[in-house]
Design a protein around this ligand. Structure first.
Ligand code: CDP
Length: 207
């Protein structure tokens, strides 16, 4: 079984994806980490994010199975990932790994922006997870505080709005719900309630 989860920044896709994967005994891939790792590689080597060729080379060389998550989660890397993720050759270079991951037995949960539309168009279940920008900024604020990053709420909200705009309006694999995706608005749901609601949707779909 393949479950595709897409949605905007800080909508809770990752937490939800992990819980659904645990519940069904499936592997889980947060595909945002791949884009973050490409951005990290460029920043580490001092190459500007505008260098498409360098970004493509970094994506080709990425050891996607061994990512150091602790160096990828910060706010700076989310913003940088959204810049290099707009380059088609970067996306192409990361596609095979994602498809192979999805094809493993007994199945997988992948979350990102284009899982239901591009990476796994034949997924058994497609969820599109949203929440208001303010609620997503509140969640990201708490998450970053736990990492020791004390960014102002207003800055985080502005970052989220800018990133949404960039992800939605880019020419390649823009953020959008697949035609056959089920949308779940989690603005008024906490992590447990989101999981319960998503689980119900998945069970209805696969029965
Ligand atoms: O956790 P958050 O939602 O803030 O970000 P993420 O899922 O780690 O993704 C970081 C950036 O990578 C996004 O803003 C997208 O531009 C890009 N991304 C993408 O283009 N396609 C994916 N499948 C996953 C992420």
């Amino acid at each position: 079984m393949i479950i595709a989860i897409d949605g905007p920044a800080a909508s809770g896709k990752g937490t939800l994806g992990k819980r659904l994967a645990d519940h069904f005994g499936l592997a889980h891939l947060d595909t945002g980490l791949l884009y973050r790792a490409v951005a990290r590689a460029l920043i580490d080597q001092g190459t500007p994010l505008t260098d498409r060729d360098a970004a493509t080379l970094a994506a080709t060389r990425l050891d996607a199975a061994h990512l150091d998550e602790s160096r990828l989660r910060g706010a700076e890397m989310g913003e940088a990932a959204s810049v290099i993720s707009a380059y088609q050759p970067v996306r192409d270079a990361l596609l095979a790994f994602q498809r192979q991951f999805a094809a493993q037995a007994p199945g997988a949960v992948l979350d990102g922006r284009d899982i239901g539309t591009v990476v796994c168009p034949h997924a058994d279940v497609k969820l599109f997870i949203t929440a208001s920008p303010e609620e997503r900024a509140r969640r990201r604020h708490n998450e970053l505080l736990k990492r020791g990053e004390n960014n102002a709420f207003e800055t985080i909200l502005a970052d989220i709005r800018r990133r949404d705009e960039r992800d939605i309006s880019r020419a390649t694999a823009p953020l959008r719900a697949a035609d056959d995706a089920i949308t779940l608005d989690t603005t008024h749901l906490d992590a447990d309630a989101s999981f319960e609601a998503a689980l119900k949707l998945v069970l209805t779909k696969i029965r």
